[in-house]
Design a protein around this ligand. Structure first.
Ligand code: ZN
Length: 310
């Protein structure tokens, strides 16, 4: 049996995506399905299996010759292939690799979605050629991942890279994790809307940060101030990462990063003030190059590496 194709999956709150690759990184197919993921683990896994089997069949790939990487929200038990407490999709103690392996007939590997996104950027995106890479995904939460010497680094208990819970203010806002002052309580959709409300700009929560970006883009001073404050908070977090991990590059993706220079402009200015001069040369902050496909790329390449380590 020889593995000659890779499948990457990205499961988000309102959709799943499956993509087929050659081991050299060539993308052969990519399909997204929008549906409600929350709660219905069994149904979603059945439909996801059917989609993957279809993609393999369309490309005449036998399931035994493919390996599948599953980029899914955590917390999770990566080695056992179980999603343990994914609050945002309401999946608790859901085994994912075992039922998918049974239905599809390919070896499957579970991966944290933010780690997968970082690995994807390292493989085919903005992190290509780096030795030490940190990735941040800014959306409803703040996810993180890192590669050290070109390998995903997980730490002793798979907790490494949870940069959303770097504390930037001891007496700050309460984070969903129960601790005060975590970076995620400021640099996330909800965090930015809170910052906006603090300066008198009240926006509906359900539309995310898009209205804020649109206002800032046409020069609204309050919306611009929200991006400057967010960049300041994020710079405090990235400075801590620079001084503890010292990566070659930090790549930043997710819905908030789509605001582009509204965020990256003030972020680079603040970083220049906060980071040791010795680390500045190696500290480059760039947006994801693969957009919302980073995680399917990364889940696929991680599955390939993990299958070869077995
Ligand atoms: Zn926290």
């Amino acid at each position: 049996m020889s593995i000659d194709h890779l499948v990457g999956v990205d499961l988000g709150g309102s959709h799943y995506t499956a993509a087929l690759f050659r081991p050299d990184g060539t993308l052969l197919d990519c399909r997204s399905v929008a549906e409600t993921i929350r709660g219905d683990a069994e149904g979603v896994l059945a439909r996801l299996s059917a989609l993957i089997l279809q993609i393999l069949a369309w490309h005449n790939v036998s399931p035994q010759n493919a390996v599948i990487g599953l980029g899914m929200p955590g917390p999770q038990d990566r080695r056992r292939g179980v999603i343990t407490k994914a609050h945002n999709i309401g999946w608790y103690d859901v085994p994912v690799t075992a039922p998918l392996e049974e239905r599809i007939g390919s070896r499957c590997f579970l991966e944290n979605d933010a780690v997968a996104a970082t690995c994807g950027e390292w493989w085919q995106g903005a992190g290509q050629g780096t030795r030490h890479l940190v990735g941040l995904t800014l959306g409803t939460g703040l996810g993180g991942g890192m590669l050290v010497h070109g390998r995903a680094y997980y730490g002793a208990e798979d907790i490494a890279g949870h940069f959303g819970h770097l504390v930037i203010d001891l007496n700050g806002r309460l984070c969903p994790c129960g601790v005060q002052g975590c970076l995620e309580a400021y640099v996330s959709t909800g965090g930015m809307l809170k910052t906006a409300a603090e300066i008198g700009l009240h926006l509906p929560e359900e539309s995310g940060v898009k209205p804020l970006s649109e206002l800032a883009a046409v020069g609204d001073p309050q919306a611009g101030e929200v991006f400057r404050r967010t960049a300041d908070y994020l710079a405090a977090g990235i400075a801590s990462i620079a001084h503890s991990v010292n990566p070659d590059k930090v790549v930043v993706g997710g819905s908030i990063a789509l605001a582009g220079e509204l965020l990256f402009g003030p972020l680079r200015e603040r970083l220049a003030e906060r980071v040791f001069p010795a680390a500045r040369g190696s500290l480059v902050v760039e947006p994801f190059a693969l957009g919302d496909r980073s995680a399917v790329y990364g889940a696929a390449i991680q599955a390939w590496h993990r299958s070869r380590e077995e």
